[in-house]
Design a protein around this ligand. Structure first.
Ligand code: PAF
Length: 290
């Protein structure tokens, strides 16, 4: 596994990689990350391994997707442990730009994602978040796929709205990138693995499973015959979580494909329950397809 810092170095390393036996002909499989890798990330890397000739992972904590009061400065940076895990998972190239490598001049051009998809849910509570995500992902895609003419990128379903936004971006800009979804990895008690779980105290960690439990209860209630209106079920779910000591931002049922409220009589297998809530000072998100 090699590490590269700059976009020209990355393009040269991909072109030189003998993945197909024909340097310059390999198609990358790509997993973008912000580091502090856990088993969920590594599952995405393993999933990506057979999807390309050369496997690239990026580690870059992207300032553009953090609000001023958020945890950009304290976001855990665990470089050596991350590299060991990536190497063991079969990664060929780690792209780890310094800020000055990815943004050598202020990034004054930014991507404005569709507000109907990106200004709701996470985008409502974290304004500008998806502008930051799309801008960096477009730049990473340009760095990884430009020379090879395209390839495959793997994104986790844990960040469900992010996956949908990136899919829409790829479709609308006709990018030669196949976006593949990876299932959410969970701890034994059901808590979705997340870099931010490390912020939880022992007591909070024991309680944290309540978010996925609330989403499961909401999904079950929504599917029950003669269920009350969704708005009432969502309100009840918010109240339950609040009574357990959380500060919920949203708990809601949406159509998977556009994250809008479901049409009447929506078929089973087309919906997703999504939630975000703060436990102490840690904000967690999760979702459940049903
Ligand atoms: O999901 C993440 O870790 C980040 O949002 C991503 C896709 C690496 C962009 O910074």
């Amino acid at each position: 596994m090699i590490t590269v810092r700059t976009i020209p170095e990355l393009r040269a390393a991909i072109a030189a990689h003998p993945g197909t036996g024909r340097p310059g002909k390999g198609r990358p499989a790509f997993v973008p990350t912000m580091g502090n890798l856990h088993d969920g990330h590594i599952a995405l890397v393993r999933q990506a391994r057979p999807l390309g000739d050369v496997l690239v992972a990026s580690i870059f904590v992207n300032r553009l997707q953090f609000l001023p009061h958020e945890d950009f400065d304290s976001y855990p940076r665990t470089w050596e442990a991350d590299c060991a895990k990536l190497e063991a998972a079969g990664c060929d190239i780690v792209f780890a730009p310094r800020e000055s490598d990815l943004y050598p001049e202020p990034q004054t051009f930014k991507l404005q994602p569709d507000p109907q998809l990106a200004d709701i849910l996470e985008g409502h509570f974290r304004p500008g978040f998806f502008t930051g995500v799309c801008t960096v992902v477009m730049k990473l895609f340009s760095a990884v796929f430009f020379a090879s003419g395209g390839g495959t990128a793997v994104f986790g379903k844990k960040d469900y709205q992010q996956l949908m936004v990136i899919r829409r971006m790829v479709q609308q800009f006709a990018l030669p990138v196949e976006v593949v979804a990876g299932e959410t990895a969970r701890a034994d008690d059901g808590l979705a693995l997340s870099s931010r779980n490390g912020y939880l105290s022992t007591a909070e960690r024991a309680q944290a499973v309540q978010l996925s439990a609330a989403l499961r209860a909401l999904a079950q209630a929504a599917q029950a015959p003669g269920a009350p209106p969704l708005a009432a079920l969502e309100q009840q779910a918010l109240q339950t979580l609040a009574q357990q000591g959380w500060a919920p931002d949203y708990l809601t049922v949406r159509q998977r494909h556009d994250l809008q409220p479901p049409a009447a009589g929506a078929a089973a297998g087309t919906l997703v329950a999504l939630g975000a809530a703060r436990l102490g000072s840690t904000r967690l998100i999760d979702n459940l397809e049903f």
